[in-house]
Design a protein around this ligand. Sequence first.
Ligand code: GDP
Ligand code: IMO
Ligand code: MG
Length: 430
Amino acid sequence: MKVDVLLGLQWGDEGKGKIVDVLAPDYDVVARFQGGPNAGHTIEFDQKKFVLHTIPSGIFNPKTANLIGNGVIIDPLILKKEIDKLKASQIDCSLNLYVSRKAHLILPTHRLMDAASEASKGAAKIGSTLKGIGPTYTDKMSRCGLRVGDLAMHDFRQRYEALKNKHLAQISQLSFDYSSHLIDGDNFETYEQKWLEASDLILNLKLVDSEYFINDRLRSGQKVLAEGAQGTLLDIDFGSYPFVTSSNTTIAGVCSGLGIPAQAIGKVIGVFKAYCTRVGSGPFPTELFDETGEKMRVIGHEFGSTTGRPRRCGWLDLPALQYAIMLNGVTELVMMKADVLDSFETIKIATSYLDKQGNSFSRIPFEACTTPMNPVYEEFAGWQHSLRSIGSNKEFTNPLKNYISFIESRTGIKLSMLSTGPERDQIVML
Ligand code: GDP
Ligand code: IMO
Ligand code: MG
């Protein structure tokens, strides 16, 4: 069988978690392949709301195995808190959660380094979630990181102390006073103590050699869904560098983050919002600074699932969407949060950009990371009715049909689902 892939086509928070949860009953395995607890994937059903950071969004389907792949980076304390929270809602992760031994560990000092690095950048900061993502992937690439499998080794504590001390020396060079810095409300020593205790507990989870785990299941006819975190425009190679995360959020990350060959990839499901949001710094050509942007933020509850920060809001950006579809080989599109635009009289889509000199771009130029790009818009009449109770595309009105068919014709890809609210059952299958 194949590995279908679901990933975000914008700057994250597209609604990936909801769609993975909707699709999970069709899959034997859901696997996260990159990122870490910088992700916040929201799932709502039966008046309950869960936000997952490290655990795959298939966890609510007891028949689906959920794998945290080798490409993911794990903070044992954050993972433990997630497991405990789910347990309080009678969801027992010990039954269907599997963790790759090759996944790298986020150490408490990685969190300090993230904070020190951001503080040293001043106004040029990335706007990191401060979960230690950049420093942990840096250590992985520098070949000095620690992995989940190392926790079981007799010399783990020794290796932990050596890496910690190296980090503390690096932090002191950035003149960062970590003694007064709080990590999730705790000082360093308290956080470290809790982290070490949580690390011991991780050893009780189902630790696996995930590349064998997944390939064995594919060979035995099982279906796998790979769940992306962040979004294409935050990819380390193709995002708006340096305002990106530190992993490949695009399709390439699936092979390296799970240990599967390219020919194992099946469908590529690209998830995007009917408009755009971004949290953190970096270019965002269609960003709105007026009451229209504020309206999107309020109606769409656009506040970060991980940090609670207000998300920047703006119109859909077609060159960026086309770029994301090209990079990932998207085979079907899922449009999220169309209901947020229900009351809008006019809706816009950017179809190209103009730079200050008046040069026109229908593709994202290299300079877009450093030079402001002014969007050129196409305008659409809003549908101006509630989508919340719509059950099938037979109920779509002409303005909604026009909006969808414009996106489909310009991207060459059909929508397979339209999401009309945060709840699991607020979805129209097309
Ligand atoms: P993810 O990181 O891609 O999983 O997305 P997040 O969970 O960070 O952000 C998506 C937010 O939108 C969450 O609060 C969801 O509950 C919510 N959401 C998802 N789909 C819809 C939708 O179709 N309509 C509305 N109004 N909210 C949605
Ligand atoms: P999900 O999976 C939205 C953003 C941060 C920051 C940049 C780098 O929920 O879609 P990092 O912590 O990785 O060093 O931050 O990336 N970012 C996200 N934005 N959704 C996410 O994940 C994100 N993960 C990271 O805001 O701008
Ligand atoms: Mg999110």
